[in-house]
Design a protein around this ligand. Structure first.
Ligand code: ZN
Length: 264
């Protein structure tokens, strides 16, 4: 599943080619988009902003319309210059928005809808999100308040809850907790505010790096760039040599990787 840094990166790139520009080409094949007559509504409209909120990507127009995209496991946004060969089949392109030399194309997007901007921004899918780990200033007070309301969750599960803090996915869960030296199986109730804030500030720092270089690289030491814990099941911890462990965690049963020696 794409993590928040992927969505912020996509929003930044789409913004750079569409914001302020009139939509000259619109192809909308997604079922919801067809129903909403997206081609007729968007053609000739002007994109005024492209933003990421957690893992949601929103494209707003001057005409008061907004495209709402969530990529879940399989969706992706690509940018193409006019005439450039697409890297996926055109039949899988559910939305293409073009202006000047560029087209922004969504492939396989499981959530891809057109709404009135006012209505979308009042929808609970958006309003229920916790503060976005990649948007400054981050509201630490609100983050702690939302954490404390879910105090019986394990912290490795809690940081994945988009209603507590938006944007953190499975890779950055493992990496933030490792780099904060916190055991993912501890209950939120047993963590201090300082520990919870340490996880958050670590996530923000390493995810900003991810926005810049596209990959979720957190380890830049000797050898191949990679991660500290994520994906390293059975390998020796890069810090202490203890074997990295992996277990399913939380209501979605996502894999959690951790070092039982470094993370306490
Ligand atoms: Zn270790």
């Amino acid at each position: 599943m794409p993590e928040g840094h992927t969505i912020h990166r996509a929003a930044r790139r789409i913004r750079s080619v569409l914001a302020g520009n009139v939509l000259e080409r619109v192809v909308a094949r997604g079922p919801h988009l067809l129903h909403a007559k997206a081609e007729q509504r968007l053609l000739g409209d002007t994109v005024i902003e492209v933003e990421a909120r957690g893992k949601h990507l929103l494209i707003h127009t001057a005409g008061g319309w907004s495209v709402h995209s969530h990529l879940r496991m399989d969706g992706v946004w690509h940018l193409y210059r006019r005439g450039e060969r697409w890297r996926k089949s055109r039949t899988r392109a559910w939305l293409a928005l073009g202006s000047g030399e560029w087209d922004a194309v969504n492939f396989d997007g499981p959530i891809l809808e057109l709404h009135r901007t006012d209505d979308l921004l009042r929808d609970r899918a958006i309003t229920d999100l916790g503060p976005d780990v990649l948007i400054e200033p981050f509201d630490d007070h609100e983050y702690l308040r939302r954490m404390r309301r879910q105090s019986t969750r394990e912290v490795g599960d809690a940081v994945m809850q988009q209603r507590i803090v938006a944007g953190i996915g499975n890779i950055y869960k493992a990496e933030s907790l490792f780099m904060s030296r916190i055991d993912p199986w501890r209950l939120v109730a047993d963590l201090s505010d300082e520990e919870l804030l340490r996880v958050r500030t670590t996530a923000t720092r390493i995810m900003h790096d991810g926005v810049l270089d596209a990959r979720a690289i957190t380890f830049h030491g000797p050898g191949q760039p990679g991660q500290w814990a994520y994906g390293r099941y059975g390998l020796p911890c890069r810090v202490c040599g203890t074997t990295i462990r992996r277990e399913k965690q939380g209501e979605d049963q996502r894999s959690t990787y951790w070092c039982p020696t470094c993370q306490t």
